[in-house]
Design a protein. Structure first.
Length: 260
């Protein structure tokens, strides 16, 4: 066994051996700790690597065991993929690819359930008629809620790449509103004729858009059509038992299923 080496990876400290770090000579770590690439030191003299410290534990464990061990609820595959690509450990790259195929197959059987709710509320706002003249106006606004559950985490991520909130003049992905990997709740409003743009921000009113089509969702029918289109592109089909196909777009609870 070689002398222990302490690494500072993104602020997290790991202690291992030189033989472990150089077990794959053609990797980035193999090059760093064989002297081919100079290493940096922190103030305590530890070798410093400016990468994600939390994810590095999986990299280091692979160097020790040649096995990629991830927890069952692991949710950072994208980040792990980027880190693995940086360290260029070829057997680990292959192990990660196998793991992703395995997870993809496990998710092929899936269920998607959508519960919809709609109400009308009155919104009051001021209209500037002249530089110093304002008038009070009001209008009815359609307010929508959709509660989405899917056994496929990957599908909700796909949905998050297609649906965006419009708020304060900016578009932001709904991915940040995932309560957990399997649940998503959306709340948005339809556009109101005559309502100044700044009022949406002032009253915290978000609208919903489909990208890259740049299509605004102003009704449940459009919402259902767009979500079903995305779901069917991912292999889902309409559950014929609920609701009946002829009443699909008018139903408040919608279920889709996907088989291997």
């Amino acid at each position: 066994m070689s002398e222990p080496i302490t690494l500072n990876v993104g602020g997290k400290l790991y202690t291992t051996s030189l033989s472990t770090l150089t077990s794959f000579p053609d990797s980035m770590l193999g090059a760093m700790f064989s002297g081919k690439i100079p290493t940096k030191k922190d103030r305590q003299g530890n070798c410093f690597i400016d990468r994600d410290g939390k994810i590095f534990r999986y990299i280091l464990n692979f160097l020790r065991t040649s096995h990629l061990d991830l927890p069952e609820d692991f949710q950072e595959m994208g980040l792990l993929r980027r880190e693995v690509d940086f360290y260029q450990i070829q057997p680990l790259i292959e192990a990660l690819q196998e793991k992703e195929v395995e997870l993809s197959k496990a998710e092929k059987n899936a269920m998607l359930n959508i519960s919809l709710d709609q109400k009308t509320q009155t919104v009051h706002f001021t209209v500037r008629e002249a530089p110093q003249i304002y008038s009070l106006s009001s209008s009815n606004m359609e307010v929508f809620s959709a509660h989405i559950f899917s056994t496929s985490c990957l599908f909700l991520k796909l949905l998050g790449s297609k649906l965006y909130y419009c708020f304060n003049g900016n578009l932001s992905s709904i991915s940040s509103y995932l309560q957990d990997p399997n649940h998503l709740t959306l709340d948005w409003v339809a556009s109101v004729e005559g309502l100044p743009e700044e009022e949406y921000t002032r009253q915290n009113l978000k609208r919903l858009w489909v990208v890259p089509d740049n299509k605004q969702i102003n009704s449940f029918q459009v919402f259902v059509e767009e979500v079903v289109k995305i779901a069917m592109s991912d292999g889902f089909c309409i559950d014929s038992s609920h609701p009946h196909t002829s009443d699909f777009l008018n139903n408040k609870i919608i279920r889709l299923i996907r088989y291997k």
